[in-house]
Design a protein. Structure first.
Lengths: 112, 114
């Protein structure tokens, strides 16, 4: 079983709609959680960190559910420019401060 | 401009011919890391470095070497490349000594080993 799992999609979303997807992680000791965005095999870029209390950045909302070991990302009022692959990223825990684990990504396609 | 640079961006080589992919950052970052990205597998960490002269294995270190003699540079060395090392490689850096800070990625190096 992969350490970090994501639904690969694609999620086909009409412009203006809301889309949400999850990422599950297997290590209950995982410390830090992030969503990165990657456009068409370019370099990933940080979208947002995910805090225990959840956080919102404009149209993007991230949530963490430690009990069920998943994080989620919700995109409201989708724009064409939101089309990308969203990577879930997890740091394994206190004994692995240098390690970082990526999900394989969820592809989102926003259509006119 | 703050950035992470990688060279070369594209490389086609033959099995067994040693190669080095350079990575350099100009942000005075402590932490640097190498990843490979393959379809369906996502990014997998090869090696990371939390400081000068401090390197450690990631999840897929076999067939790779790294060194961190200077803070800004973190080259990836393939002593004897094989076709299964054909991949897209990313170098990244972050301000902290741990992986729990924002990672800044280089533009990637597409390597093909024939």
């Amino acid at each position: 079983r992969k350490e970090v799992e994501q639904d690969p999609g694609p999620f086909n979303v009409p412009e203006g709609a809301t889309v949400a997807f999850n990422c599950t992680y297997s290590n209950s000791a995982s410390q830090s959680f992030f969503w990165y965005r990657q456009d068409c095999r370019k370099e990933p870029k940080l979208l947002m960190s995910v805090y225990s209390s959840g956080n919102e950045d404009g149209r993007f909302t991230a949530q963490l559910n430690r009990a069920s070991q998943y994080i989620s990302l919700l995109i409201r009022d989708s724009k064409l420019s939101d089309s990308a692959t969203y990577l879930c990223v997890v740091t394994p825990g206190a004994d692995s401060w240098g390690k970082l684990q990526f999900g394989a990504g969820t592809q989102v396609v926003v259509t006119p | 401009e703050a950035q992470v640079t990688q060279n070369p961006r594209y490389l086609i080589t033959v099995t067994g011919k040693k190669l080095t992919v350079t990575c350099s950052q100009n942000m005075n970052h402590e932490y640097m890391s190498w990843y490979r990205q393959d379809p369906g597998l996502g990014l997998r960490q090869i090696y990371y470095s939390m400081n000068v002269e401090v390197t450690d294995k990631g999840d897929v270190p076999e067939g790779y070497k790294v060194s961190r003699k200077e803070k800004r540079n973190f080259p990836l060395i393939l002593e004897s490349p094989s076709p299964n090392q054909t991949s897209l490689y990313f170098c990244a850096s972050s301000i902290g000594r741990q992986s729990s800070y924002e990672q800044y990625f280089g533009p990637g190096t597409r390597l093909t080993v024939t």
